[in-house]
Design a protein around this ligand. Sequence first.
Ligand SMILES: [Zn+2]
Length: 168
Amino acid sequence: MRENRWQGNSVGGSWRDMTLDNARNFAAQALELARQASALGEVPVGAIVVHQGRVIGQGHNQPRALNDPTAHAEIMAIRAACAALGTDRLAGCDLWVTLEPCAMCAGAIAHARIARLHYAASDPKGGAVEHGPRLFQQPTVLHKPEVYAGVGEADAAALLKAFFVERR
Ligand SMILES: [Zn+2]
């Protein structure tokens, strides 16, 4: 279920000014953060929050380093972005992440009122957007971002696969 998959053109909506080059650039920045996580022995997922074309928060998975099971890339990026803007709401912001968010992160994205969620690889096991609980499709969800999947998918998926093969 990927109604908003990139086709190499704009996808319409409030997002129509973003070019595919911009999208690839943001996806690449999230991927670089995922690489940093991998180098630290953390599951390679990276995320950035973009406000008016500028990155205002970034993060990668680091639950092991922080002894914090909530230290997922999206949570780290949202915390940094909220601190940067001095607010608990990220209305109008885009969140870019290399992997389909889990239920916890999808919940945080709703609480933060993120306008648009972009994720690279899908996660049939742990994802909660197009898999599992499909949080944004539930009638009780607080806020439903626009969802775009697939930009940078191959690189993000390859990085995750390599990480888990190494640790088998
Ligand atoms: Zn998560």
